[in-house]
Design a protein around this ligand. Structure first.
Ligand SMILES: C[S@@+](CC[C@H](N)C(=O)[O-])C[C@H]1O[C@@H](n2cnc3c(N)ncnc32)[C@H](O)[C@@H]1O
Length: 205
């Protein structure tokens, strides 16, 4: 989907990605990971925010998305600040405590339910103590409207086309041992979503 992803998803999701990035409050010199970077809109913003002293890492399972992101970053003159990997984020190739912040937009809700705690445990492992995680995702927390029920029905029947579904975002992040710093409800074309920022405890194993 990488060649045409921006035409159908990029535009309406942009507002929420930007709001989540603002809350993550990335500073110059930080080392930041993005999971499921897609066509690289947020990678570009993160690379600008970390500046020349910082570094951005990204992991995405799609080689097409990696090509699209590389093109965007090269065009912006930011490629030298970025290190991209094509792999499944459940098996991250990064070392413990490597990052100041981890960001992920519209990706956590694609993972299979048993994989969500595994992914969040990996995020906690690679974050330094007091490091932040920022997620924007469809949310199941606000009840089942008729629109939500239809969406979930399509996800169950046609997962090859409707591959994501609403999840309990804040609870999953809490269960992974993060303290919640910020939570904001958003509306994704009538479907509820959440922006959640969590922090890894100062002393944790
Ligand atoms: C819905 S897109 C969101 C892209 C981008 N974050 C955005 O907001 O526009 C989800 C992205 O997650 C990637 N992805 C899906 N499963 C993944 C996995 N297991 N590991 C890493 N990336 C994955 C997809 O290739 C895709 O680029």
């Amino acid at each position: 989907m990488s060649p045409f992803y921006d035409y159908f998803a990029g535009v309406f999701e942009q507002k929420y990605r930007n709001a989540a990035l603002k809350q993550l409050n990335i500073a110059s010199g930080e080392i930041v990971l993005e999971i499921g970077f897609g066509t690289g809109h947020c990678l570009k913003q993160i690379a600008e925010a970390v500046g020349e002293e910082g570094r951005v890492y990204g992991i995405d399972i799609s080689s097409g998305m990696l090509v699209a992101s590389r093109r965007r970053l090269e065009k912006a003159g930011l490629w030298s600040r970025v290190d991209l990997t094509c792999d499944d984020a459940v098996k991250m190739p990064y070392t413990d405590n490597q990052f100041d912040a981890v960001f992920s937009s519209f990706t956590l809700e694609l993972f299979d339910s048993p994989e969500i705690p595994q992914l969040l445990a990996e995020i906690r492992r690679v974050l330094r103590p007091e490091g932040r995680v920022g997620v924007v995702s469809m949310s199941k927390e606000y009840g089942a409207s008729p629109l939500m029920r239809s969406y979930e029905w399509f996800h169950q029947k046609l997962p090859q086309y409707i591959d994501c579904r609403p999840i309990y975002v804040e609870q999953a992040i809490k269960d992974a041992g993060f303290s919640i710093q910020h939570k904001e409800r958003v509306s994704l074309v009538g479907l509820p979503g959440d922006i959640v920022i969590g922090a890894k405890p100062a002393s944790s194993v």
